[in-house]
Design a binder for this molecule. Structure first.
Ligand code: NAD
Length: 399
């Protein structure tokens, strides 16, 4: 099922029939089989899905997720989200995604390397042509992007690389930066106080969650809870975010002050801001019914189910949607790609400023649209993004 409901959005956007047909399904999807030799008598064989949902606005852009739960349907949804995210933020890319069906925690670094090399071998034509530009997502990071670069030697073919091989200073923190910026934009109007006076709970203390927490703590917010898949930490007086960040690659809060909390209980905490920054679909209708936060800022992709959306709206919980809140990563990826093509260099501060500028403007446009149409922020963001994609398709003569 599509992420956006075209029938519902047609009340706000004129969607020509051909546009509807083109947007109902991905442009291209591939079910691949990665098979690699990991020892004299050992093979590792797994499924891999690659989806290019829509490329009207540019090359398919989207991360590589490595997860035992990766599926074609899930990869398709994530690729579609990238279409709306890039359109909403006016980044000149389309939407794509890859899903490799492996548990990254069960692979050693050699196995992960050969899997990534095989991924490049299979997709080489598209990667060389620049029609798909991968980046990190759950289960992959700068090291895996460096392996892709090492196979291709084309810096603009992949983003999210380490800075030592043409990566962008600030790319690692970029998605978290954007989440924190959106939270700061939302707090005064939605919560009646600046973000520095807010309490925050973060589900998923990986790349996105840990950096969101760090930037928010820098602004004075109190991070009262954080979690990994194995469980979390609660401290009403505030978690030491610097220490938590230092331990995040090991996915542990060992040695930090606070009490253990389950992921389930973390979601139900009475905080000002809840940041889901782990897997998709964690806020179901049932979970939404027992949330006690006032504002959700979606660090993760697709964390709130369609039914839960309705419950949140009824409960008056404001939800800043993923296609706005976690777009910092693709904004920084765009800068990395642009620098790779032009040979220019951008400082970390310039990257953060660029993310802040794009997201605060996008945030304002979404708020204006939501109040003009009388709809929640997610629907307003989708209306703006859809309008952008339809216009691109028209201007390219696709319709
Ligand atoms: P990551 O692998 O660095 O971290 C994921 C974190 O979530 C870890 O702490 C892990 O233990 C935890 N986790 C995983 N599954 C969980 C579950 N079912 N319940 C509770 N915790 C769980 O991943 P990431 O790159 O930070 O991505 C997190 C989310 O943000 C994903 O939805 C991803 O698609 C989205 N996202 C990432 C980026 C990026 O630049 N990395 C950009 C946009 C969106």
């Amino acid at each position: 099922m599509s992420v956006i409901d075209l029938a519902r959005l047609s009340a706000y956007v004129d969607i020509p029939k051909r546009a509807r047909l083109l947007l109902e399904k991905p442009e291209k999807e591939m079910s691949l089989r990665l098979s690699v030799r990991t020892g004299a008598d050992e093979m590792l064989i797994t499924d891999c899905f690659v989806v290019y949902y829509n490329t009207a606005r540019g090359a398919a852009k989207g991360g590589i997720r490595m997860s035992a739960q990766a599926s074609l349907e899930g990869t398709r949804r994530l690729a579609e989200l990238m279409v709306w995210k890039t359109a909403l933020t006016h980044i000149p890319f389309g939407g794509g995604k890859s899903g490799i069906c492996l548990d990254p925690d069960e692979l050693d670094s050699f196995e992960k390397s050969v899997v990534m090399q095989e991924y490049v071998h299979i997709l080489k034509e598209d990667l060389l042509a620049g029609s798909y530009i991968p980046a990190p997502d759950m289960g992959t990071g700068p090291r895996e992007m460096a392996i892709i670069f090492g196979e291709l030697h084309i810096p603009q073919a992949v983003t999210g690389k380490p800075t030592s091989v043409g990566g962008l200073p600030g790319r690692r923190e970029a998605t978290g930066r954007g989440v924190a910026t959106c939270a700061a934009c939302a707090a005064p109007d939605m919560l009646g106080k600046p973000i520095g006076e807010c309490t925050v709970a973060v589900q998923g203390f990986g790349n996105v969650g840990s950096h969101s927490a760090w930037f928010l703590a820098q602004q004075g917010a109190r991070i009262v809870a954080a979690s990994h898949i194995t469980g979390g930490l609660y401290n009403a007086r505030g978690i030491d975010v610097e220490q938590a960040l230092a331990r995040s690659p090991q996915e542990t809060f060992d040695g930090l002050q606070g009490d253990a909390i389950s992921n389930e209980d973390l979601l139900g905490l009475p905080v000002d801001v809840l940041i889901p920054a782990a897997a998709g679909g964690v806020i179901t209708e049932e979970v939404a019914g027992r949330l006690r936060c006032k504002l959700i800022v979606e660090g993760a992709n697709d964390p709130v189910t369609g039914q839960a959306d309705e419950v949140l709206a009824e409960a008056g919980i404001v939800d800043v949607p993923d296609i706005l809140a976690n777009a910092g990563g693709v904004i920084a990826s765009y800068v990395e790609w642009r620098n790779a093509k032009s040979g220019s260099f951008t400082s970390k501060k310039e990257v953060y400023d660029f993310i802040d500028q794009i997201l605060s403007r996008a945030f304002e446009r979404v708020i204006e649209c939501a109040s003009a149409l009388g709809v929640p922020l997610r629907r307003a963001a989708q209306v703006l993004a859809l309008q952008e994609v339809v216009t691109s398709m028209q201007e390219r003569g696709w319709l």
